[in-house]
Design a protein around this ligand. Structure first.
Ligand SMILES: N[C@@H](CCC(=O)N[C@@H](CS)C(=O)NCC(=O)O)C(=O)O
Length: 306
């Protein structure tokens, strides 16, 4: 496999936390880029940015505000050599999906492609898998997982990041509640509330995988396209790391949903039961490949207006 040589490595901007070592990365959005870099085996440098510093840093490089969602967001990559004529300001690209397309274009022959051929099919698959995964965690898509996850975030962020996160997220809450209080009084209610959406994803994952293997998009394996990783698998693994950032027990509980050995009290009548959840299959595969632990070389870029 030939890979392009650049004079400067791709530089990943991630969101800082107090978690140790490779576990510092916790955000389901920045992880999409990090795990793709790891899975493609691209050498990179990295920098962790505290929440309140994201907007000033991106603005200093001429990144325009987002049209929806938070105004300035990570992940971002800094790589003037390949972004010169591609993005406003020519140096920094944001939006994990745009970054994934850019990385596939720069590294078209790595074994892992975020959007493998046939591209129209893998892009459509990404839209479906993104939707079903967001429907587990994000309130905008009726996901309830945020009630379990959001209260944990201020606890793992650096102090300035934590203050910023509580303030900005409380501002979006109808009663201006701190995200520390977004969980239900009894967390069991929140675990129960995500079950249907997790089952929907598992069934989608299984049927997509058997159709993909039958159509020859991939061979036998744990991913949406069998042995071929796609962007949806990367997002699933990103969400699993997010669960882990709330504690190993949160991850383990999530991985066990629908499994034969899951405690009976958590199950509901009539639910399908798996020997091993296909979600666990993806998690184990990412672990085996070493994609969860790989990190970039530390490096700091100055403010763009410096
Ligand atoms: N659609 C974007 C979403 C990125 C996003 O929302 N990032 C959040 C962190 S998880 C962020 O940077 N927020 C900045 C802020 O809240 O000020 C992507 O996939 O890149």
């Amino acid at each position: 496999m030939s890979t392009p040589e650049f004079s400067e490595k791709i530089h990943l901007l991630d969101i800082s936390s107090k978690l140790p070592g490779y576990k510092q990365c916790w955000s389901p959005n920045t992880l999409k880029t990090r795990l793709l870099l790891n899975a493609k085996g691209i050498p990179y440098t990295e920098q962790y940015v505290s929440y309140p510093d994201i907007a000033p840093l991106l603005k200093s490089y001429g990144v325009p505000p987002n049209e929806s969602g938070y105004t300035f967001t990570l992940p971002a990559i800094y790589h003037p050599e390949t972004l010169k004529d591609v993005v406003p300001g020519g140096k920094v690209m944001t939006e994990s999906t745009a970054i994934a397309h850019h990385l596939d274009k720069l590294y078209p022959s790595t074994a892992v492609q975020a959007f493998p051929e046939p591209k129209d099919k893998s892009e459509a698959l990404w839209k479906d898998s993104e939707h079903l995964l967001r429907a587990i965690v994000f309130p905008a898509e009726q996901g309830k997982g945020f009630r379990l996850l959001m209260p944990k975030i201020p606890l793992i962020l650096d102090d300035r990041g934590s203050e910023y996160f509580i303030r900005t997220r409380a501002a979006t809450h109808p009663e201006h509640l701190s995200p520390l209080k977004w969980g239900s009084e009894n967390p069991e209610d929140d675990w129960r509330a995500i079950r249907a959406s997790v089952f929907a994803y598992i069934k989608f994952h299984e049927s997509t995988r058997s159709d993909a293997i039958a159509s020859g998009y991939g061979q036998d394996g744990p991913f949406l396209w069998g042995n071929k990783v796609t962007m949806g698998d990367i997002y699933l693994a990103s969400i699993l790391v997010w669960f882990r950032s709330g504690g190993e027990e949160m991850l383990n509980r999530f991985l066990a949903i629908g499994e034969k050995d899951e405690p009976a009290a958590r199950k509901s009548d009539g639910e399908q039961v798996w020997e091993k959840s296909p979600i666990r299959g993806v998690w184990e595969a990412f672990g085996r490949e070493g994609w969860l632990e790989a990190v970039g070389e530390p490096r700091e870029i100055p403010s763009g207006s410096a």
